[in-house]
Write a protein that binds this ligand. Sequence first.
Ligand code: BGC
Length: 905
Amino acid sequence: MKPDLPHITSRRRLLSLCCLLALTLPALASLSPDRLRCEHLDNPLGIDTPQPRLNWVLESKQRAEKQTAYQILAASSEALLKSDHGDLWDTGKVASDQTLHVAYAGKALGSCQRCCWKVRVWDKDGKASAYSQPAYWEMGLLTPQDWQGQWIARTTDTNSLPAPMLRSAFTLDGKIKQARAYICGLGYYELHLNGKQIGDHLLDPGYTRYDKRALYVTYDVTDALRRGKNAVGVILGNGWYNVQTRAVWDFHKAPWRAAPKLLMQLRVEYADGRVETIGTDSRWTTSTGPITFDSIYGGETYDARAEKPGWDTPDYDDSAWAMAQVVSAPGGKLAAQMMPPIKADRVIKPVKITEPQPGVFVYDLGQNFAGFAELSVRGPAGTKVVMKYSERLGKDGTVDRADIQQHVARVDPSQQYQTDTYILDGSPITHHVSRFTYHGFQYVEVTGFPGKPTLDTLRGVFIHSAIPVAGEFDCSNPLLNRIWDAGRWSYLSNLQGIPTDCPHREKNGWTGDAHLAAEQGLFNYAPAAVYTKWINDLGDEQRPTGELPGIVPTSGWGYAWGNGPAWDSAFLLIPLYLYEYCGDTKVLCDHYDGVKRYVDYLTSKAKGDIVDIGLNDWAPYKTHTPADITSTAYYYRDAQIVALAAGFIGNEADARKYTDLAASIKQAFNEKFYHPDTGLYGNGSQTSLSCALYQGLVEPANKARVLSNLVAAVEKSNGHIDTGILGAKYLLNALLENGRADVAYRIASQKDLPSWGWWIEQGATTLWEQWSGTDSRNHIMFGDISAWFYKALAGINPDPAAPAFKHFTIKPNRVGGLTSARASYESVRGRIVSDWKAKDGCFELTVTIPANTTATVYVPVADRASIKEGGKPAADAEGARFLQVEDGRALFEVGSGTYHFTAPL
Ligand code: BGC
């Protein structure tokens, strides 16, 4: 008798069922949509773009996979979406390979409306995929009428130091379905509900030109509220809204300056459908508390004896508190904060503690960064622990802030600077951090500590705009890996809701620094949403004449000095990079009038198409380069960008006009600066020569000569860089783009003065401001070398003709004894990898190409027959097509997938 093996029979039954299903169900696509994004953001709450743009990334194990169509469903609830019912929008099947910036075109969306969406795609064989995981976005408060609260404050006196605390108790009489808080607290706010702090945002909202634009933030506070008695409490910080510390940039005289103020409202949706809104008004009460001083430059003083435990709970007795004042609005339009906030990234433990003088303890965090210290301490009430932050130590081992303090001290040396003070209240051990300030530092000097602190007494907290990581790079040259890493610390230390120059001396939104570091940012991170916000800030600061200041936002400082085309062009270059790296045309289109007005402003300043205004090649090692050559080159680029943007908006007349203008500038540039007798440009500096090449101004016939002059100029400085911040970007890229990556590599891998490597040899853990090492130790303006590592050594290069890596090139350079380089990059279309090794006479290159994209891969071997892919002749590789041999490299056009090329060297 056959044994009764139930599990066998059921397995057989299951198998036949599957076969039946496979036969009846249509085969699914080998392509699946993932990482849905809305306006560059992941499930954003509180956006105010009526037709937000949607992105997705395609995953596929198949080679050469393409999207042939998509269908988006948008629904007013997860349940409707689950049942494939797009009551807000159903695109139907749209024949298209578009995966980026698909603008919502469904039913008009109202304030606070939630929109749940998903997408499915069809692959190259016309097979449909399953729908993606659901995602959502939620609209913010779209009209001024939606705001039911009033702006309130504790005082209107800008010199009142203690940080205001505001609170209100209220009762909710029903089962809560969901609740949102919409808050704009200037300069900064900390929101509490029922005894708990809401969210983990720091130094929020983002810094703007408050009398033109103020950002509000939306929180899901459903779980923080309850039926019955509730309380809301907000602490306000001065931030950039009410700068207490007087410095050369006059923020203490800013046109927007006022005492901290608050506008917020809670929107509570009850299960029975009722909606209740609780907003700020004159019934709120106010007082002061432990924060007795807070300044973005000066630091913060916290007196724990003045804490008010329970101040943010319903039953707190606030009868001694004053009534809040209703005050005027900041003047700017309220806009949704549509960028990642500033958050704590990680904790950094000190590596050393010294006591250079009795009772003076100096912590070395071993890393330079932006943030603040967390102090753990207990001791008698009234004990005052002072923490001074710096990047350097003096000869006596105490902190030396002379190099970062001068712009404050020059105005009034008595002002405190980068100093946090914590006054104990005698309670058990507390862990204290500042709230409304941040510092740039590697060292913290602690005085007044009760007893002897240990290494565990203090830790550093690294903070920055919480943007996603996108890129990783490493190679066989450890020095370059350390330069790359130092670049990341400096990039993030200088992204605090705006791109800054340095996190201590200035914290200013220097425009030149920002655009020079933008490609570094776009390769290593996903900063698009922060840049989009900041370009709006530039738009807010642009004068009717078209002029732009050197720092944004500004109190009005920086129009007379500190600007000019090499800085101002951030207004055009960063939107251009958002187009080239992220396929985003909106920023250029939104600011079309502004960028056009800027170029027209330059035209009004130009003499014979030559512009001789503004800053020149800043912070050179030795050789200076006059501004006219670099400024005119940016004038040329800017005219080209306006022509491109005119094309985006369909303004053909302007496209022609600015294309012609660019051509005319190019001619004037060469007539003025090119010396046919020598083949030199301008004064023959590395910057002049590389500027002409990099900005595309050299006539093809003169290129070889100009290039050899540039190589000679590098040779003359013994293979070292001799430029400022502008030339540093031009030099490495001009050499790369003209086939001399070997010379660029020699410059990049120097260890002695002047070089990035010399900084590292001196112990740098961030990028410095001056080649000589003076001034700031955490500037980002020499950071483009990091982007150069991706482009030159790993070989990943965007293709401006196919933006956002729709098509791109992988062209690694095996130079200067380098035996390997690897980079991965999460592009907006998916993961790109270039990973090569050269050893034992063999060259290996592994590349990963995202679905729905193609790439031209340059295998640095001339003998195409010797090249294998996956162990087989590369010419037969699936998804790859041999193109040609060019300059000793075999070119292959490849579709999506991972390829492993090998060839004998
Ligand atoms: C800033 C730089 C800026 C430069 C231009 C310096 O003070 O730190 O970041 O680019 O000024 O003037």
